[in-house]
Design a protein around this ligand. Structure first.
Ligand code: NAD
Length: 467
């Protein structure tokens, strides 16, 4: 029996009867965070899967039934599928009934989408495709990629997409840490180049998807995927702008956001030192690339979020302006979000580079999840020795409870800047440290810890439990 985490109870409308005996051969191209779990799910739910990747290390591991991706249930699902002969690793695609493309779509330095991985992946299946096959793109892509790029290349096989080949775009919405669960339970948007393609793709996914599946055209589906992340990026940019405004007004943006969100139809996100990861910090650019004149707010939000590391840098400089000689900053967290090991597009890493480029600053980073210049093996209390500022950059769970008195003893200058509203000002200040919060304007922030009695900035009357 396949492991429980990977088995899905099939949707009643596409019940077992419909799929019984329809065991297909599926070629999944690109075995990363999206491709490998998808391959494992198809294998666990009745199909025979060929996993293709250009990375030898991934193929060798898969051949042994192992994976480098740390994801609940995935190791077990892969081990089972490989041991049962349901999932095999291959360097090149093989003739199959369906091809699912899950390769990366990074951005170029000019913020345009790098579609070269998709191009290569589609070309690699040209010798294999046969009449009646299905080709599905899962990679996040600019609107029109499936219809124009994928179908354009597939035409080189001598088969006509839409008539001889079913072609669809089926994006993922999975959250790292919950990928297998979300593959099953999330709703999906399925966009075909024609309705037959969309219906065929929906039937394929129905072997494990329990969420709703909405059928549309491929360009709409591509845009949906981009808009989901763009919505969050714009919302975070609004929170970041609010943080900067509230600092100037001498009030606490976190409190403003918390109370504004009590409105039943308001859902403001949280500010921070920037936006990272390979989705939210990237996908909005794909819309801007297509419509640079019209996508004004989307482009502005991207630029606001991209400016946050510089903004935090300026706050650090203001807080340490009274220090003569070298300044040492201890940075807690380097990943793009809490409790993960992913540093892709991390704004904290950008901030560290800016600090170093500034001259006169040295940085020591602590992060047991990710290794950035020795951050993984570093002890927090060793790292803060001789530091002038402690920067809480990522709210990893392990930073929630720290011994501020021990930190104070070791620091050369008692200054803390919290960019995540993670610590309680009273607790930090009780240890003799000066607490500063991104988005909270205190006059004393201009002065640094020795600048006199902190001016009690407006922070409402909420008790500690209200934070
Ligand atoms: N990771 C997520 O949570 C997530 C969520 C939604 C959408 N996406 C999108 O899905 C796509 C894949 O993302 P990912 O996180 O799985 O990327 P990834 O980098 O983890 O994996 C991609 C894999 O594709 C392989 N590859 C590259 N070119 C290839 C080729 N020509 N043939 C075969 N294999 C090839 C790489 O070696 C790599 O193993 C991206 O477009 C991404 O934006 C990712």
């Amino acid at each position: 029996m396949p492991p429980e985490a990977a088995i899905s109870v099939r949707r009643p409308s596409y019940g077992r009867q419909e799929l019984k005996g329809v065991r297909m051969k599926i070629c999944v191209i690109g075995l990363g965070y999206v491709g490998l779990p998808t391959a494992a799910m198809f294998a666990a739910n009745g199909h025979y899967v060929v996993g293709v990747d250009v990375c030898d290390r991934i193929l060798k591991a898969l051949g042994r039934g192992e994976t480098f991706i740390c994801e609940p249930g995935l190791g077990e699902a892969v081990r089972w599928a490989v041991s049962e002969g349901r999932l095999i690793a291959r360097e090149d695609p093989e003739p199959a009934d369906a091809y699912i493309i899950c390769v990366p779509t990074p951005i170029n330095p000019d913020h345009s989408a790098d579609l070269s991985y998709i191009e290569r992946a589609v070309r690699s299946i040209l010798p294999c495709v046969r009449k009646g096959n299905m080709v599905i793109l899962e990679s996040t892509s600019p609107p029109g990629t499936t219809r124009d790029l994928v179908c354009g290349i597939l035409g080189g096989s001598g088969l006509t997409p839409g008539t001889d080949l079913y072609v669809a775009y089926c994006p993922e919405r999975v959250l790292p840490g919950r990928i297998l669960t979300e593959l099953v339970h999330n709703s999906r948007v399925i966009g075909g180049i024609n309705s037959e393609s969309a219906i065929k793709a929906r039937t394929l996914y129905s072997c494990f998807v329990r969420g709703e599946m909405y059928i549309t055209d491929s360009v709409t589906a591509e845009m949906c995927k981009l808009v989901e992340n763009t919505y969050r990026d714009v919302n975070i940019a609004l929170a970041a702008e609010l943080a900067m405004i509230c600092e100037k007004l001498g009030i606490n943006a976190w409190e403003v956001i918390r109370y504004a969100n009590k409105h039943p139809r308001v859902n403001l996100h949280q500010p921070g030192p920037g936006v990272g990861g390979h989705c939210i910090a990237v996908d909005p650019w794909f819309i801007v690339q297509k419509q640079p004149e019209t996508a004004r707010m989307i482009g502005l939000a991207r630029r606001i979020n991209d400016s946050m590391p510089r903004y935090v840098l300026e706050r650090i400089k203001a807080l340490l302006k009274n220090i003569s000689g070298g300044r040492k900053v201890c940075v807690l967290g380097v990943t793009y979000k809490p409790d993960v090991d992913d540093t892709r597009e991390s704004p904290v890493i950008r901030l560290i580079s800016m600090l170093k480029a500034e001259g006169g600053y040295s940085v020591v980073a602590v992060d047991r999840h990710a290794d950035y210049e020795g951050s993984r093996g570093r002890d927090l209390y060793e790292a803060v020795k001789g530091c002038h500022l402690l920067l809480l950059a990522v709210n990893h769970r392990e930073f929630e409870r720290v011994d501020f008195a021990r930190i104070r003893e070791r620091m050369a200058y008692p200054c803390v800047l919290d960019t995540r509203n993670f610590w309680r000002a009273e607790e930090v200040e009780a240890a003799g440290l000066s607490y500063h919060l991104l988005g909270w304007g205190k006059q004393s922030d201009e002065e640094g810890p020795d600048g006199g009695v902190p001016v009690p900035a407006a922070r409402g009357f909420g008790g500690a439990e209200d934070r």
